[in-house]
Design a protein around this ligand. Sequence first.
Ligand SMILES: Nc1ncnc2c1ncn2[C@@H]1O[C@H](COP(=O)(O)OP(=O)(O)O)[C@@H](O)[C@H]1O
Ligand SMILES: [Mg+2]
Length: 254
Amino acid sequence: MESVTFKNLSFAYHEFGHEPRTVLDNASLVVNQMEIVCIAGQSGQGKSTLLRILAGLAQPRSGQIFYSGIQSNLHTHTALNVALEHKVAFVFQNSALISNLRVFDNVALPIRYHQPHRTDESIREQVNGLLASMMVEEYSGHFPYALSAGVLRRVAIARALAMEPRILLMDEPTTGLDTKSRRSLLALIDNQRYLRHATIIMVTHDLPIAKDLDARVCFLHKGKLSDPMRHDEFLLAQEEHIRELVEEMDLRPT
Ligand SMILES: Nc1ncnc2c1ncn2[C@@H]1O[C@H](COP(=O)(O)OP(=O)(O)O)[C@@H](O)[C@H]1O
Ligand SMILES: [Mg+2]
């Protein structure tokens, strides 16, 4: 079943005094339910912009976006509508937790805000379950400043899961993590996918992730989004910009 489909998305930044900067030029992709697709590409190619568009945080100049087969009206394509109507959650690159709220209250915040009828007891149960599923329950009473980068990412994911999304968008979830926390985070993310039958679109320039998760990868370069490729396909890709990324990651056929 199709989970996220976009067709011919185009987007440009217009800055005063500059030529418009085209970031997406007719980008199209079909992502199936429970699939993980990675968006890779060099820095500045527009990966975050594409993810922000899918989250409703930016509006494309043209194109169509469907979530679970339902088209988003681009005139009302806002983060709130996308989150609530289409069940999409976004995990920001910097985790974006609220600094003066404890971990528990950060995760409870979207529930309290969007479901004001919920009792404290039922919220507590759900939040504790979310923290446990991301293996961060011991940090429930901590403030964000006291957490390591790996724990921050897990809490941010727990918060994103609070609204029971069908689609999870993540911007560079493993950047800045050491190998150990990177691997354990990936296992947790993959686990959530199975538990919740969620679809994941992940921006990353970390190609071994795609291998570990057996994900398909699309490469964004000069506004063009490639077809999705599996690990064995992108290792053999001829395009210079893909070869550079492959060589950077020192990823070889095994
Ligand atoms: N708000 C903005 N206004 C103008 N230009 C921007 C803005 N955000 C990003 N850009 C530019 O658009 C391009 C793509 O940015 P981004 O989507 O962040 O790329 P990536 O995530 O692949 O590094 C970059 O050249 C960046 O400088
Ligand atoms: Mg980015």
